[in-house]
Write a protein that binds this ligand. Structure first.
Ligand code: 6PG
Length: 257
């Protein structure tokens, strides 16, 4: 696993850089493979600008007919609910692009039984997303955020999903929010070819520092579970998120314009 840190001057530069990185990877994949390029989208607010910038690209710049969009996690609410990650992506990206409906792999029927939604979503991913030689889900690019509590996707501190190492998608009870989430497991996320943490703002500085330099305690700090088996790990950050935090060991650091 190669680790890369890209530091951009501000949130807009970060979103532009992440867009360019994704476009470059989709282009390379399109040249080298006849399989679709799969992206597991992150929820929350940080990636919104990236999604908007992807949606603003000239028509045809991204071959969306050869891209599969899936969600790294989803809140257990209907897709038109203001908390829905699907709704956030629809408003910031899907409404701006021409992508075949069958390429949008949203969590089926969230808002009812989280267990059923998780089970159905795993079946969808198993049937639509290419697998590695060892039969693992192999998403080309996973986008992740990080919470103040060092959660990522819907892998929250002390929750049952952290212990799952067979299933790709699970329902996860999150006591602090008194709600169910549907989330890819660390095992599924770590099978990806590229895993990208997109982290912006001074408010994330402590979480990033704990992720990099804190006590190794993945149950307390679940983002520490993200260690791609053979893929690359990317930290795409703005300067505010980094502050004077020391770089982790064994990373390639690039400070973007
Ligand atoms: C979600 C995300 C979650 C998010 C972090 C950061 O469903 O909310 O998957 O893991 O990435 O909580 O959220 P912000 O980008 O809003 O700070």
């Amino acid at each position: 696993m190669a680790k890369h840190v890209h530091i951009c001057r501000d949130p807009e530069a970060l979103a532009s850089h992440a867009r360019d990185w994704l476009v470059e990877n989709i282009d390379r994949h399109s040249r080298e493979s006849d399989t679709p390029f799969s992206i597991a989208l992150s929820g929350g607010s940080t990636p919104k600008r990236l999604y908007q910038l992807l949606g603003e690209l000239p028509s045809g710049r991204i071959p969306w007919s050869n891209v599969l969009l899936l969600w790294g996690d989803e809140r257990n609410v209907p897709p038109d609910h203001h908390d829905s990650n699907f709704r956030m992506v629809r408003e910031s990206l899907l409404d701006q692009i021409e992508i075949p409906a069958e390429n949008v792999l949203a969590v089926p029927q969230p808002g009812g039984s989280a267990a059923e939604a998780a089970q159905q979503y795993e079946q969808v991913l198993r049937s639509r997303v290419p697998k590695s030689a060892s039969g693992l889900l192999q998403v080309n690019a996973v986008l992740l955020g990080i919470g103040d509590d060092v959660h990522t996707a819907s892998l929250f501190p002390g929750t049952a999903a952290l212990q799952e190492n067979q299933r790709w998608v699970v329902e996860n009870w999150v006591e602090k929010f008194d709600t169910w989430r549907i989330t890819l497991t660390a095992a599924a996320l770590n099978a990806a070819k590229d895993v990208v943490f997109l982290i912006s703002g001074e408010g994330k500085r402590d979480a990033l520092s704990t992720l990099w330099h804190g006590p190794v305690d993945p149950v307390m700090y679940p983002a520490q579970l993200i260690q791609p088996h053979s893929g690359n790990l990317w930290f795409m950050l703005d300067r505010s998120a980094v502050g004077d935090t020391a770089m982790p060991d064994q990373v390639k650091v690039d400070r973007m314009a």
